[in-house]
Design a binder for this molecule. Structure first.
Ligand SMILES: Nc1ncnc2c1ncn2[C@@H]1O[C@H](COP(=O)(O)OP(=O)(O)OP(=O)(O)O)[C@@H](O)[C@H]1O
Length: 442
């Protein structure tokens, strides 16, 4: 038999996957047509089919759910925004609990660094759209519900279309940036939909429900976006996988409680999870602000706005890259790599990131404390010693934002030295992409 090469095998696998998908769609359609006749099973309460009774028996037995609660779940429509660390665990439990229609939205593709916490995605899914991989897993967990995967960036226009085309019962915020948080809040207030909000960073997580039965909305508590320096993403600060896992699962729990009209929904309260001590704390939030611009008695905001602009630099800087230096103060990675080993390189990432991986012969001066007197003295010494006959100092960080801020600070504080500071465009991520893929991206 002639040997097959990898490309032929891959093409065959793709065809088989496509065939499998088509068969699954056929099966779903068949199950959907059978559902009505199954509902007429002479042994069953008509609200649930025999299959539903068996599948959901363990939760139907819970007094707060019962047959009526399960029927409410089947008729419910939930929108999950973000198929990442929070959205994955949330949607696993929403799908397995039998939420009838689950729409899952994300614009991103699966990366290796997602897999430690984004439990719907696996190694085979790397570079696939997250929503496709989420669809496959959710569909295989529960074929009797409708899962709708949408690969798109949720912004003011797309959320209007989304909420206009379906009457969602709950929106779950599984995103990681301030702009989308405000956007989802405002869209939910305008459409009268409860918003289940969560966040996780390092070993800590938070959870609350906004806009539920007269409770506060996000803007009641945070009328203005936070200062950019207080916003840390998982990409910068890190996160331990089980923490978003716990918060995402609790988002599913609150969603189920809302749909089934169960008591004790986490509205007007904020749950704080501290994973380092395995402790939960529950704090009372201020009630709805009657003067809130969004949900107050006389709201000022009557339509969605431009949230990237509203949040400014506090918006995700994965999306918005800052550009605060003049062109001549930048150097691209191609030019930079030619100078590597011949010029002084300052890596301004946090210590832990530098310990994880760094360029040879680079020095770590974290941006946060680069202008402390002792660090400036060390730098002054280093530049004089190491750079006696060299005039350029290259400053690099993860994505090319902090390096620009650092160049500004260095120019202000070391203006007496006869050197020029350059920020490396796109940072180490760009270096890894264009120059040396052996440098780990994260
Ligand atoms: N406006 C938006 N529209 C659609 N999806 C969004 C939006 N904002 C954020 N997301 C998605 O929400 C998810 C959040 O996931 P998570 O917080 O685990 O971080 P990540 O972006 O996947 O990873 P990392 O921060 O480590 O790079 C991401 O998949 C992201 O693409």
């Amino acid at each position: 038999m002639p040997e097959k090469n990898a490309i032929v095998l891959l093409a065959e696998i793709r065809d088989l996957k496509q065939q499998l998908k088509e068969k699954e769609q056929e099966l779903s359609a068949l199950l959907a047509t059978q559902k009505d006749s199954v509902l007429e099973n002479k042994y069953c309460n008509n609200a649930l089919s025999a299959e539903e009774i068996t599948r959901y028996s363990r939760q139907v037995l819970v007094p707060e759910i019962g047959i009526d609660g399960q029927a409410l779940l089947r008729n419910a429509k939930v929108l999950v925004v973000g198929a990442g660390g929070l959205g994955c665990p949330a949607s696993v439990y929403l799908a397995s609990s039998g939420v009838g229609q689950l729409t899952i939205v994300d614009y991103d593709e699966v990366e290796l660094s997602n897999l430690h916490r984004q439990i719907l995605h696996s190694e085979d899914d790397i570079n696939r759209p997250k929503v496709e991989s989420a669809y496959d897993k959710l569909h295989s967990i529960n074929r009797s519900i409708k899962v709708i995967p949408l690969k798109l960036h949720v912004d003011s226009d797309s959320i209007k279309k989304l909420l206009g085309s379906n009457k969602y019962d709950v929106v779950v915020d599984g995103t990681d940036n301030v702009a989308t948080r405000y956007l989802l809040n405002d869209a939910c207030v305008l459409n009268g939909i409860p918003l289940v909000s969560g966040s996780a960073l390092q070993l800590e997580g938070q959870l609350t429900v906004y806009n539920y039965k007269g409770g506060p909305c996000y803007r009641c508590l945070f009328p203005v976006p936070p200062p950019p320096e207080t916003v840390t993403s998982c990409g910068d600060g890190g996160v331990l996988g089980p923490v978003p896992g716990i918060i995402g699962v609790l988002q599913a729990l609150e969603t189920i409680k809302i749909i089934t009209n169960s008591p004790g929904v986490l509205s007007g309260r904020l749950l704080l999870f501290d994973g380092s001590r395995t402790k939960f704390r529950d704090i009372k939030l201020r009630p709805r602000n009657t003067e809130c611009n969004m949900c107050g008695d006389d709201p000022v905001i009557k339509d969605l706005v431009d949230y990237e602009q509203f949040c400014g630099a506090a918006a995700h800087d994965k999306v918005i890259n800052i550009d605060i230096l003049e062109n001549k103060e930048h150097v691209n990675v191609e030019e930079f790599s030619k100078k590597l080993g011949k010029r002084l390189v300052l890596d301004v990432r946090p210590v832990i990131q530098f310990q994880m991986c760094g360029l040879p012969k680079s020095y770590n001066f974290p941006y946060d404390c680069i202008d402390k007197q002792e660090n400036l003295e060390k730098l002054r010494h280093l530049i004089k010693e190491e750079n006696s006959d060299l005039k350029d100092v290259y400053v690099i960080c993860r994505r090319g934002n902090d390096s620009q801020r650092a160049v500004r600070k260095l120019k202000e504080n070391l203006s007496d030295l006869p050197v020029k500071f350059f920020s490396v465009k796109g940072g180490l991520q760009e270096f890894s992409r264009k120059i040396d893929p052996d440098f780990p991206v994260f």
